[in-house]
Design a protein around this ligand. Structure first.
Ligand code: DQA
Length: 144
């Protein structure tokens, strides 16, 4: 059975509470359950993890490498725009990583138009809300 990790960055534990006009009303647990259900249909075990801390996400990326995880879906939250450390961690591992954003970061404030992490991912999906995680899983299926 393949294993995919879904990593959520800062403030994503506040989905459903934070800025619902941008991020919607669905909470993180419900998003995770939908991705896990889709994974199960495809014989892919999905483990979900959220942290508000940059180092924790880096530790998780390195752990994924050590455990030979097949693929990663990551929403680095605001770290997307400035964390060279998370970028380096993604670049360090030979695991296909897909970046997801709920909102269309290119329609928003200019500081969100840059992703320092996307260039080291195999692709980026943004602007489709929670469905983005399912689209990422669909894309990953063909890579793992
Ligand atoms: C986000 C977009 C980021 O700019 C923001 O900082 C987030 C969420 C998204 O999913 O749309 O925390 O990654």
């Amino acid at each position: 059975m393949k294993e995919v990790w879904v990593l959520h960055g800062p403030n994503l534990n506040f989905l459903g509470i934070r800025e619902p006009s941008i991020y919607g009303r669905q909470d993180l647990q419900s998003i995770n359950e939908k991705v896990q259900a889709e994974g199960a249909k495809n014989h892919i075990n999905i483990q979900c993890y959220q942290s508000n801390h940059e180092g924790d996400l880096i530790d998780k990326l390195q752990e994924a490498y050590q455990k030979n995880i097949d693929g990663i879906i990551i929403n680095p939250g605001a770290f997307t725009h400035y964390s060279y450390a998370i970028r380096d961690a993604i670049a360090s591992i030979s695991i296909p990583v897909i970046e997801v954003h709920l909102s269309n970061i290119y329609q928003r404030e200019s500081f969100r138009h840059t992703s320092v992490t996307a260039p080291v991912c195999i692709g980026q999906i943004c602007g489709f809300g929670p469905i983005g995680y399912l689209l990422a899983l669909e894309a990953l299926k063909n890579k793992i």
